[in-house]
Design a protein around this ligand. Structure first.
Ligand code: SF4
Ligand code: SF4
Length: 344
């Protein structure tokens, strides 16, 4: 069996798929990877969306994240979420919290949604709203978390460290705990969409953020789940915990569907593997050369990742490579383990 065939056999479906169901948004975040704001004219329509849900269920996707834009502004989000949950997928929704009230919580429960991720990008209104571009959004996000908790809905706080807010990480975790959230998730910033490279942390700053995050994971054990994602995860944990990680999961365990039905290997990796108006999800996932290439770490021959001894347990962030070098097979500019010759 060839390497690609073996991978196709092993990864019949992404474990976690993020779907941008609309680009309509009531915020204008500086780091938005979707460049969201207005509704996209070529959004998948209601019928197409339900067909996509059926295909994802058939393929075996376990976790479906509905994202945007502001996913809750799409009029038929409940139909999409209900169909997915009724087919056995765990559905989460990412939101900035602006439209969450008691009535919305009732709908979230009715649609069988497993969890809501509310973005908090600063421990104060000043920092949060500098990132999110809307006055008053901090109070709305805090109120959204309180309302979701009151209704017994599982809440994760989403935090993306950039130059504007990376010193707020610990305070965001403290806030999440105080509000009664179930978890906090750190997403790495990748300069794609509206996100400018000037917002990126240096490799050493990113390392310090991740090291603190891992230490908070232990501090808050049993009280608050602390999640994070970095391709270097297996290099940072004790061997007994590290064994389960394969580094960059793009095209292995993660994928994204864009608003017009493009399938990409990761939420921050804008390489189109196929479009769901032309091919089935299973066909794209199994046979796309784009996905095969991203999965194949022997194709990483350039930059720090090309010669790195950790290539097969880390792989380097392909989104970072594409964003910085305009070539996803190049090195990872944010790596502190084996820094690139040219620093960001
Ligand atoms: S150089 Fe690339 S493969 Fe090696 S540790 Fe850094 S990001 Fe990972
Ligand atoms: S491309 Fe980057 S963000 Fe996406 S799965 Fe790989 S390491 Fe993670």
């Amino acid at each position: 069996m060839s390497n690609i065939a073996a991978i196709q056999d092993q990864f019949k479906a992404p474990f976690y798929l993020v779907w941008e169901i609309t680009l309509l948004c009531n915020a204008s975040c500086v780091h938005c990877y979707s460049g969201a704001g207005r509704r996209h004219p070529d959004e998948l329509d209601a019928e197409e969306a339900l067909s996509v849900v059926d295909q994802l269920a058939e393929a075996g996707v376990l976790l479906l994240g509905l994202s945007g834009g502001e996913a809750l502004l799409r009029p038929d989000w409940m139909d999409i979420a209900s169909r997915a949950s009724s087919k056995g997928m765990m559905v989460s929704i990412g939101t900035n919290g602006a439209v969450i009230d008691d009535e919305m919580c009732r709908r979230i429960i009715e649609a069988g949604v497993s969890g809501i991720c509310v973005s908090i990008d600063g421990a104060t209104a000043e920092v949060h709203e500098q990132v999110r571009g809307v006055k008053g959004l901090y109070d709305k996000a805090v109120s959204a978390i309180e309302t979701l908790v009151k209704h017994g809905i599982n809440v994760t706080v989403g935090y993306t460290p950039t130059r504007l807010n990376f010193r707020d990480g610990r305070k965001v975790v403290e806030l999440a705990a105080r509000l009664g959230a179930n978890g906090v998730n750190l997403s790495e910033f990748i300069p794609t969409g509206r996100g400018d490279q000037a917002l990126a942390l240096t490799p050493n700053e990113l390392r310090d953020v991740i090291v603190e995050w891992i230490s908070m994971q232990q501090e808050y054990a049993g009280k608050l789940k602390i999640y994070w994602h970095d391709c270097r995860v297996a290099l940072m944990l004790p061997p007994e915990q590290a064994a389960q990680y394969i580094g960059c999961g793009a095209g292995y365990v993660t994928a994204r569907i864009t608003v017009n039905g493009d399938v990409t290997p990761c939420v921050t990796l804008p390489l189109t593997a196929g479009n769901l108006r032309e091919q089935s999800f299973q066909d794209i996932w199994s046979y796309s050369p784009v996905l095969a290439n991203i999965r194949d770490r022997t194709t990483r021959n350039e930059g720090n990742c090309g010669t790195c001894e950790h290539k097969f347990i880390c792989g380097g962030c392909r989104s970072a490579a594409l964003a910085y070098h305009n070539d996803a097979s190049m090195g990872d500019p944010y790596c502190w383990v084996v820094p690139e010759a040219v620093q960001v």
